[in-house]
Design a protein around this ligand. Structure first.
Ligand SMILES: [Zn+2]
Length: 273
């Protein structure tokens, strides 16, 4: 799936499905999907364990699901998609997990795998990258990142980070991942092609952005002070990632993960889909 196709899907979800609110209500999107799609369900790991009568310790969760965070499966006999997720995650992390797993659903990855596509390492990396891309576009729409920071004359990763933390209320690790990835995307592709997605959404989101950002931070100097408040944590996570040569292709990495596994090269290898 191309970058443009993923952007279009996310723009459509923002236009038709989500309330005009920030931070983005992923749980509400999940509940709408459960209500509207008869072949889509979600269940927590904890509920699943209760039904199967085992205790959901991290060890047992890893043994049953191969991922501590979440996964999505397809049951062909019942034509049913089931999103499973760990209820015992920090709220920001749970938000990322749900967005990532919904990415697999909206990008049609399960259909691809069940239509006989071989799940080799290359395919696995491609679909994980697409689900991560979906998650970051959903949680921090790039047209908003570029539009808000651009209005003050900035397109650097530090500014994106501040906005991810403040406006989209994302975790430090998700914010850093999105900030760096978005900076690279904008650098390589330019930001002009985002305008076509922003135009239909402007009516819905502009008043909120005006209230939360532009009225509160009327000048560039106000905006600079706002960004500066996040500089310490940005520098810390940035230093950790660069000094330990942690790549971000597998999604957000937490500081704890980095410190625990700083001698391995493949820290955030995502298990399952
Ligand atoms: Zn995945």
């Amino acid at each position: 799936m191309t970058n443009k196709e993923i952007l279009s899907i996310v723009a459509h979800i923002h236009l038709e499905w989500l309330p005009a609110q920030f931070p983005v209500k992923v749980k509400r999107l999940l509940n709408m999907l459960i209500d509207l799609e008869p072949n889509f369900q979600a269940m927590t790991y904890q509920k699943y364990a209760e039904i199967e009568d085992w205790f959901p310790s991290p060890f047992q969760i890893k043994r049953h699901f191969h991922s501590l965070e979440g996964k999505i499966i397809y049951l062909p006999e019942e034509n049913l998609y089931v999103l499973l997720y760990n209820q015992a995650q920090r709220i920001e992390r749970k938000k990322w997990t749900l967005a990532h797993e919904l990415g697999h659903y909206f990008c049609g990855h399960l259909n691809q795998l069940h239509s006989g596509q071989v799940m080799d390492e290359y395919t696995n990396q491609r679909i994980e990258a697409e689900a991560n891309r979906f998650a970051r576009y959903l949680l921090a729409p790039p047209w908003l990142l570029a539009g808000v920071t651009g209005a003050y004359g900035y397109t650097d990763a530090m500014t994106f980070y501040a906005l991810c933390r403040f406006l989209f209320r994302l975790s430090q690790e998700a914010s850093y991942y999105i900030a760096v990835s978005s900076h690279n995307t904008f650098y390589h592709y330019g930001i002009k092609n985002l305008a076509s997605h922003w135009n239909p959404l402007q009516k819905k989101y502009q008043p909120i952005i005006d209230d939360i950002i532009f009225k509160q931070l009327p000048t560039q100097s106000d905006f600079n002070s706002f960004v500066d408040a996040y500089r310490y944590e940005y520098n810390l996570i940035s230093w950790l990632c660069t000094s330990q040569q942690i790549g971000l292709i597998h999604g957000p990495v937490s500081a704890a993960q980095i410190l625990a596994e700083c001698n391995t090269s493949d820290v955030a290898q995502h298990k399952g889909i």
